[in-house]
Design a protein around this ligand. Sequence first.
Ligand SMILES: *Cc1c(COP(=O)(O)O)cnc(C)c1O
Length: 343
Amino acid sequence: MLVDLRSDTVTRPSPAMRQAMASAEVGDDVFGDDPTVNRLQERCAELLGKEAAIFVPSGSMANQTSIRAQTQPGDEVIAHADSHIYHYEAGAPAGLSGCSLRLLAGERGLFTADQVRTAVRPPDSHYPRSALVVVENTHNRGGGTCWSLEAIEAIRGVADEFGLKMHLDGARLMNACIAKGHDSRQYTRFFDTVSMCFSKGLGAPVGSIVASTRQTIQRVHRFRKMFGGGMRQAGILAAAALYALEHNVQRLAEDHANARHLAEAIARMPGVSVDLAAVETNIVYFDVQPGVGTGKSLCDALRPRGVWMIPVAPQRIRAVTHLDVTREGVELAIAALRQTLER
Ligand SMILES: *Cc1c(COP(=O)(O)O)cnc(C)c1O
């Protein structure tokens, strides 16, 4: 058995999901004619409590079209220093929107309304114009952290005071909803735009959604075309996303339980350490003590045993649970890790 814990993007479509894809009704989505894409967009607008939604090829495109639609070149975007839009989207805020980033510090990917208030630029022609705040929930580099509704509400208050827009990078929004027991709209109501991925824990092969007002979605639609993300018979992909929303949301609780089980086992092992309080959803970061080796050497030693994880820093490893990792797989990973460390 191969236990691939590198990321929740490695999931493969199940036979039932493939069946749904194979039988999807399709049309040309650039003309707005794909009935399955239209059904997905309506379903997501409702799920996320917005007027409209648009299907896009990736989470990066969802974030970047949202940024482009709500900023002007020279504007500044306020985000966490560990955010995905900053580290993992190829410099797109600068490259595609001409925006600089104002980066905030904070434990586990979180920041406060006071930090945003301090970061907002005064209206003076020397400064960039503060335009947008981006919140990532769950927070990937933060360790799958969930935001509290109170913290977001306070940030919304500051955003309103200074006329800033707010974007939610909700690549793993459903993980946060399941972990916290919140309805998605309890989170999304604070945001002007919301993105969410189908190709992470939800298990679809491709695709993300942006939800917002009808007017903003029209702008996102234009930038999707400009960025090369217009798709034709995309109903085949939208069918997978619809299937994922139907079948793969509630089961995220299993991934969270598996991540916790893994983290608790790691906490009892020699040579490694994990902050158990930081494991809220499906992502486990743990540290390798230098005496044992490096993150990379430990991952290399696990690989021939059929357990894949990734080193994310010299002494740090990431393991992510998802729908292709069973409890049995987690037990195998635990045994392999323990045996490797005891040697
Ligand atoms: C995965 C991810 C994205 C989108 O990544 P793509 O590879 O472009 O789909 C965006 N934000 C976060 C927090 C992510 O983890």
